[in-house]
Ligand binder design. Structure first.
Ligand code: HEM
Ligand SMILES: *[C@@H]1O[C@H](CO)[C@@H](O)[C@H](O)[C@H]1NC(C)=O
Ligand SMILES: *[C@@H]1O[C@H](CO)[C@@H](O)[C@H](O)[C@H]1NC(C)=O
Ligand SMILES: *[C@@H]1O[C@H](CO)[C@@H](O)[C@H](O)[C@H]1NC(C)=O
Length: 346
């Protein structure tokens, strides 16, 4: 009888125990991989207020900077996760992301991030990641321009490499010429729904675009208000002037509001990708809702920003905290060794 029971139960008990240990380990793994809102509460209690004042001061000098900082976080998260890879300068080992198609002649706010980082380093050296600074600066920018607030989850670490090819791959950061189906699948591959996508594109209620990104639309497309198209042609000629700028939302370019969605209903969006949101029922109904329902847009936007900020962060012991957002710690060490050996040889 005893042998019957033991032969029946012992393996099962062992399996059950093994399963619990397994689940426990997974649980611990998940906890350590998760971001949290109070990550710097004891290690750097002034981190958030330091970032906020620096963002506010940059935006008070130039309102568009809020848009540029928001976009930096997007371009970081959509390329191998929110790991500040976008901020790395080129090195002998890799070409960084700054010269990739979506970023070249376009990415802004890098100097502001340097300023924020040096202020944060002076209050808590080596503690706050560049990836978290990007996430907080994006939220503070939206708030400064009149948009919603949300609780930013923290604890991301910084990458030790960057990828030109991943940043240049249109399946990561979509191009404004991409089809609606392509846009939906690009967002879906990052774990973001159609609703997240439409809400996040509401970001185009602030900031500017270059002529090269809307030329075809104003000269050749039919789903555009003709007087709106005409008004843009003066500063965006049919050839030349590629870097001439126009507001993504001409009605209130520095206010984070629902105007972007109202513009879509009137065929007055600057980018073809944005106007395409009118072409499918699922996206149209969200546009229509957000255009007259600021509360819903703001709530969905905040939620979608948190989801975007959760894309593959480096946590625990992966990655590092870079004291200089432009350089990996290894690259900094190399420069320091070089400086020391130069001064020794003098
Ligand atoms: C379908 C996906 C998207 C496409 C095709 C797209 C495309 C663009 C383009 C072409 C520009 C103008 C760049 C230039 O001409 O230099 C731009 C600007 C901008 N984008 Fe997007 N974008 C997308 C999604 C997003 C998302 C998800 C966010 C934020 C969460 C965002 C935030 C911004 C902001 C704030 C600007 C203005 C930046 C500035 O003035 O410096 N975009 N986008
Ligand atoms: C508009 O379309 C015509 C005919 O397809 C083409 O030749 C021209 O280059 C296009 N213009 C722009 C600005 O895309
Ligand atoms: C285009 O926009 C102008 C100016 O807002 C407006 O008067 C006109 O009715 C619009 N045209 C169409 C076809 O919607
Ligand atoms: C927008 O959607 C929200 C949430 O689904 C709903 O409560 C609200 O009534 C809708 N508003 C409009 C104007 O469609």
């Amino acid at each position: 009888m005893a042998s019957y029971y033991s032969s029946l139960f012992t393996p099962n008990t062992a399996t059950t125990l093994g399963l619990w240990v397994f689940l426990l380990l997974i649980g611990i793994g998940m906890v350590s991989a998760q971001l949290s809102s109070n990550f710097y509460a004891t290690s750097c209690p002034n981190a958030l207020s330091t970032i906020r004042s620096a963002v506010n001061s940059a935006i008070s000098k130039e309102a568009r900077m809020g848009a540029s900082l928001l976009r930096l976080h997007f371009h970081d998260c959509f390329v191998n996760g929110c790991d500040a890879s976008v901020l790395l300068d080129d090195t002998p080992n890799f070409i960084g992301e700054k010269s990739a198609g979506p970023n070249i002649n376009s990415l802004r706010g890098l100097g502001v991030i340097d300023t924020i980082k040096s202020q944060v380093e002076s209050v808590c050296p080596g503690v706050v990641s560049c990836a978290d600074i990007l996430a907080v600066a994006a939220r503070d920018s939206v708030v400064a321009l009149g948009g919603p607030s949300w609780t930013v989850l923290l604890g991301r670490r910084d990458s030790t490499t960057a990828s030109f090819s991943a940043a240049d791959d249109g399946n990561n950061i979509p191009a404004p010429t991409m089809s609606l189906t392509g846009l939906v699948s690009a967002f879906s591959s990052k774990g973001l729904s159609v609703k997240d996508m439409v809400a996040l594109l509401g970001s185009h209620t602030i900031g500017q675009a270059r002529c090269t990104n809307f030329r075809t639309r104003i000269y050749n497309e039919t789903n555009i208000n003709s007087s709106f198209a005409k008004s843009l042609k003066a500063s965006c000629p049919s050839s030349g002037g590629d870097n001439n700028l126009a507001d993504l939302d001409p009605t209130s370019p520095t206010i984070f509001d629902t105007a972007f969605f109202k513009n879509l209903l009137q065929q007055k969006s600057l980018l073809d990708s944005d106007q395409q949101l009118m072409n499918a029922h699922s996206t149209y109904s969200l546009v229509n809702n957000y255009s007259s329902n600021r509360e819903t847009f703001f709530k969905d936007f905040g939620r979608a920003m948190i989801k975007m900020g959760n894309i593959s962060p480096l946590t625990g012991t992966s990655g590092e905290i870079r004291p200089n957002c432009r350089k990996t710690n290894q690259a900094r060490a190399r420069t320091q060794v070089f400086v020391i050996s130069c001064s020794l040889s003098e």
